[in-house]
Design a protein. Structure first.
Length: 346
């Protein structure tokens, strides 16, 4: 086991915020984790699991031991009449994995193309885009308990998926509530892609692509290309402009609340959901409050998409948090809606 000291984390967080890990271990397999847990110095210290760093805001140096997940590998687990099951190591780049599945002739993840981050982080956040969420394609995952060192496997029900939510985002409470936040390290994830493949095209941007191209029955690769084009036009490349993708969750309200807002704001973007609630576009709410293009210090709101906060160069985590809170206040004062951030503030 090699413990690296004072490791710069700027290359390992998509916001590009300058910070250091006081101590870091690169996890490339279960054996690395077991070594850490048996170590006299590091076995019982607090730990912070770091994947692709695309969903965090660093507000200073990270004091807990950083476990940098670099477990690689992709394989076909099963190819049956009703579905194909694929597996990937938690350290695999998510978009590269999606691309690989299509290259292998397996459709089903194309709507989730170009989402930043790693495979291991995808179930934590229950990533979703353009009408598909990870839980729709999830089979199971393997993880290790960072307290006991025991390996375990979870299915979809045990992951307790919700909108950008899972059991991994909650800490177990004294009241008996179950949570694995800060306790588990995901090693590998398996995905179940149904047969026959059915395209998911209900999202407005994809319908617009159908109208523009005249392609009424796109295949999976065409949808993948459309999603990449749409995301590329809206979202900045974190390699060029630091960001964490969509910063706030799209809030959901009751039909009555939505009608009340529509009475005051007829142009508000909203989407009825199957459970009877209504999803509002957080980006529209932020834009309506005049935040697009505005900045607090070196942290700003992206000019092309108000849902994205960016690092204009040298931004600190504190500036990002201050900007986010100011936006939350504006939206609440105007619409009575509390926006919830997606990234974890560290």
């Amino acid at each position: 086991m090699i413990v690296e000291q004072n490791v710069p984390l700027q290359p390992h967080n998509s916001f590009g915020i300058v910070a250091k890990a006081r101590a870091l271990v690169r996890v490339r397999g279960e054996a690395d984790i077991q070594q850490v847990l048996r170590d006299r110095e590091y076995g019982t210290v607090p730990k912070f699991v770091l994947g692709g760093g695309s969903n965090i805001v660093l507000t200073g140096d990270v004091k807990p031991l950083v476990l940098k997940v670099e477990v690689m590998g992709r394989r076909l687990v099963d190819d049956g009449p009703k579905a194909v099951v694929l597996e990937a190591g938690a350290g695999e780049n998510w978009h590269e994995f999606v691309t690989w599945t299509l290259e292998q002739g397996h459709a089903g993840l194309e709507n989730l193309a170009l989402i930043p981050g790693t495979v291991g982080a995808s179930p934590v956040q229950n990533v979703g885009a353009y009408g598909v969420e990870l839980q729709d394609r999830f089979e199971s995952l393997d993880a290790i308990d960072l307290v006991t060192g025991k390996s375990f496997t979870l299915d979809a029900a045990q992951c307790a998926f919700g909108y950008r939510d899972s059991v991994f985002k909650h800490v177990a409470s004294k009241d008996g509530d179950f949570g694995l936040g800060g306790r588990a390290l995901i090693v590998r994830v398996r995905f179940r892609l149904p047969k026959p493949w059915k395209p998911v095209l209900g999202y407005v941007d994809l319908q617009r692509k159908i109208q523009e191209t005249g392609i009424r029955e796109p295949d999976a690769r065409q949808i993948y290309d459309w999603v990449c084009a749409v995301r590329g036009a809206k979202l900045p490349d974190p390699r060029i402009i630091g960001n964490a993708g969509s910063f706030f969750k799209n809030p959901t309200v009751t039909p009555e609340q939505c009608q009340d807002i529509i009475a005051r704001e007829p142009n508000i973007v909203h989407y009825p959901l199957p459970d009877g609630t209504v999803k509002l576009a957080a980006g529209w709410l932020i834009d309506a409050c005049g935040w697009k293009g505005k900045s607090v210090g070196n942290a700003g709101v992206y000019e092309k998409q108000a849902l994205v906060l960016v690092n204009r160069g040298g931004a600190t985590g504190g500036e990002v948090v201050t900007l986010a809170r100011a936006i939350q206040t504006s939206v609440y004062e105007r619409f009575g809606i509390r926006l919830e951030p997606e990234p974890v503030v560290v």
